[in-house]
Ligand binder design. Structure first.
Ligand code: 5GP
Ligand code: ZN
Length: 127
């Protein structure tokens, strides 16, 4: 891995210095279970290289990451009873990012899971 950040917990998972329950791994990406899951099989998918936000990523790395998100989602659907899920990806603390290494969340949903969905839309100003 060319650019690990020594202070980054996800770089340490990639390097095998911190254990994780791996779901999928390929040359560019790694998927593993979230340590504080919102639901059974809540999974994080990360690039092996350290990038803080997706705008820092070269397009081909981002393409590899989204392909891995898709593959991991299919694996979760196959391996668990879930048929519905959220994909979440936070960039920056204001957007809810707590670990500053790019990651996608795959969060399986089930009726009455009490996770909710808080979104406060306002009408578009067409001007
Ligand atoms: P964020 O808020 O940055 O989008 O989400 C970070 C996620 O990383 C959280 O859901 C948190 O539970 C997870 N997380 C933080 N530290 C670790 C860890 O050491 N191992 C694993 N597997 N997940 C972690
Ligand atoms: Zn990192």
């Amino acid at each position: 891995m060319p650019n690990p950040d020594p202070d980054c917990i996800f770089c340490k998972i990639v390097a095998g210095q911190i254990p994780a329950h791996k779901i999928l791994e390929d040359e560019h990406t790694l998927a593993f279970l979230d340590v504080n899951p919102l639901a059974h099989a809540h999974t994080l998918v990360i690039p092996k290289q350290h990038y803080v936000t997706i705008d820092q990523m070269p397009p081909d790395e981002f393409t590899a990451l989204t392909a891995s998100v898709h593959k991991t989602a299919l694996a979760i659907l196959k391996a668990t009873p879930t048929t519905e899920y959220n994909i979440l990806q936070n960039n920056g603390p204001t957007a809810g990012q707590a670990v500053f290494h790019v990651h996608f969340h795959i969060i399986p949903r089930s009726p009455n899971d009490n996770l909710g969905y808080r979104w406060n839309p306002t009408p578009l100003n067409h001007d």
